[in-house]
Design a protein around this ligand. Sequence first.
Ligand SMILES: [Fe+2]
Ligand SMILES: [Fe+2]
Length: 254
Amino acid sequence: MLSTTPNIMQPAEEANNRSGTFAASTSTGQTASQTTTPANVQIQPRNRSHDITAALGGEWLADDAFLTAAFNGMSITFPAGEKFFIDAVRHYRDEITDPELQEHIRGFCGQEGFHRREHQLYNETLCEARGYDLQKLEGKLTKRLDWARKNLPPIQNLAITVAIEHFTAVLAELLLSSDSIMNKAEPSMRELWRWHAAEEMEHKSVAFDVFRAVGGSEELRIAVMRRATFFIGLELARALFYICLLYTSDAADE
Ligand SMILES: [Fe+2]
Ligand SMILES: [Fe+2]
């Protein structure tokens, strides 16, 4: 599915063989590129803004309340999550010796920073329009991430980022496919989600490359992947459940 870079679920050796470049020593003894992002992919932050106020007041995706709630719920998790990803990757910036990977880290942080800003605005506008309590929606996730920052070793936080970036890239590929449900979205919302998805595809390997470059092990990555899968499901289900609950009580009041 992720066709341009190694699948992060594969063993390190196999991924190394496929990329042919990652952290391998050359015949002259120099360290080769630490990046698996293809040479023709630019990780370029695009400072876009989106006029989505009117769309967020209604069922903007396929005129369907559940699908709209599912994507709105996802958006709720993004600002805190993307801040966590930026911090986790940036922590290792000074340990990276490959200038190309350094450049990719800059691109990654720039892109996630713009996503964070746009989804923060999205979430505030959504909650204002629909009477949701944003603190309540994102409070548990924020606490969980703060706990991870304080209590987990930085390499583990980077492994969490690698795991979640994998899922975001899978979702991004689905959103950009020709038969994606996003074709049925209100145009301004489609533009926002596709902009985000395209940049997620561009930087999908950066956290993984940094994790490998600083010596992150496959054992840790796989163990964290298992736990992250559980918690991603939990956080998305929580946001979706809360939004659906409010939606149902709104409908009952009308
Ligand atoms: Fe993002
Ligand atoms: Fe990302």
